[in-house]
Ligand binder design. Structure first.
Ligand code: GTP
Length: 283
């Protein structure tokens, strides 16, 4: 997806309209970049509707950091859960936590005589975080209800995840934020920004700096990097590993492979957003 100002304004308006129809916003982020893939605009677009933050692709993230991030968000007043959308069994958790967040609202509806109030939700998130996967998995029964409610276009559909939980069939795609070059590198490495807008070598230098510090064993394991290699600067390390893989001096080829390996989980699990100090406890 290319983000032009006009396109962004239109997308924003559409998301805002559709968010009016829901009780809760499911903001999907990538657990490997829980802070960099979040979109602060959502509060404004959703007019302060409750948000459930879903740290998806948790199977690819550093498990300890995911827990620490969930704690961090909790301290910031945001309910977050970890998810691996590939594992269907974990999806009911979304409904359960949504019920908890909306407990007061649901209690009021019950008091008014609505016995089984339905929760309506919409998924939003930057590209490639797993929005469609979650929707597909949620509607495992394939029951869709057409939206014949006020303000809903005729072909707008609600996917019925359960008797009391409906999700709008199309997710809202948010633009990634680029206020910091490191954020751009992180989003490129995890696949949230498309291949045309970043330089592979910048992304890999950034990633190697980070992996040398936090995940050196994963570089040893995946590329047979030695201790001596890991002491080199990242641009030098790119040259060494390019040769080792038999790519001669085709450094671009190595960089592209590295990015693909990271995106596909071949580099092991990692989290690129450092957890703020206060959540780390004693470790
Ligand atoms: P856009 O249409 O670009 O906005 O993407 P999206 O947010 O709808 O993401 P999509 O569901 O298409 O998923 C992107 C890729 O991530 C796909 O290859 C999915 O199979 C994969 N994926 C989604 N969820 C998970 C997950 O929890 N774990 C892993 N490992 N992969 C996932």
């Amino acid at each position: 997806i290319q983000w032009y100002p006009g396109h962004m304004a239109k997308a924003q308006k559409q998301i805002k309209e559709r968010l009016k129809l829901v009780d809760i916003i499911l903001e999907i982020v990538d657990a490997r970049v829980p802070e960099s893939s979040i979109n602060p605009m959502i509060q404004e677009l959703g007019q302060n509707k409750p948000v459930l933050l879903i740290l998806n692709k948790a199977d690819m993230a550093d498990a300890q950091k995911t827990q620490q991030w969930i704690e961090t968000f909790k301290k910031r007043g945001i309910t977050a859960i970890a998810l691996d959308a590939q594992h269907k069994a974990k999806l009911p958790m979304i409904e359960k936590v949504a019920q908890e967040i909306l407990a007061d609202k649901l209690a009021k509806k019950r008091a008014k005589g609505i016995r089984n109030p339905v929760i309506r939700a919409m998924c939003v998130g930057v590209p490639n975080v797993g929005k469609s996967t979650i929707l597909n998995r949620l509607m495992h029964k394939n029951i869709a209800v057409t939206g014949n409610r006020p303000g809903v276009t005729k072909n707008q559909q609600w996917l019925k995840a359960s008797e009391r939980f409906e999700v709008l069939d199309t997710p809202g795609v948010l633009w990634p934020k680029f206020d910091d070059p490191a954020v751009g590198n992180k989003l490129a490495l995890t696949g949230a920004i498309s291949d045309v807008v970043y330089h592979a070598d910048d992304v890999v230098v950034f990633a190697l700096d980070y992996f040398k510090q936090f995940y050196p064993n994963q570089l040893r394991k995946t590329y047979q990097a030695t201790d001596a290699d890991l002491e080199q600067s990242s641009p030098e390390l790119i040259m060494i590993l390019t040769k080792r893989l038999g790519f001669k001096e085709d450094y671009d080829r190595f960089c592209i492979k590295f990015i693909n390996d990271a995106r596909q989980g071949k580099l092991g699990r990692f989290t690129l957003d450092p957890v703020p100090a206060e959540a780390k406890g004693n470790d």
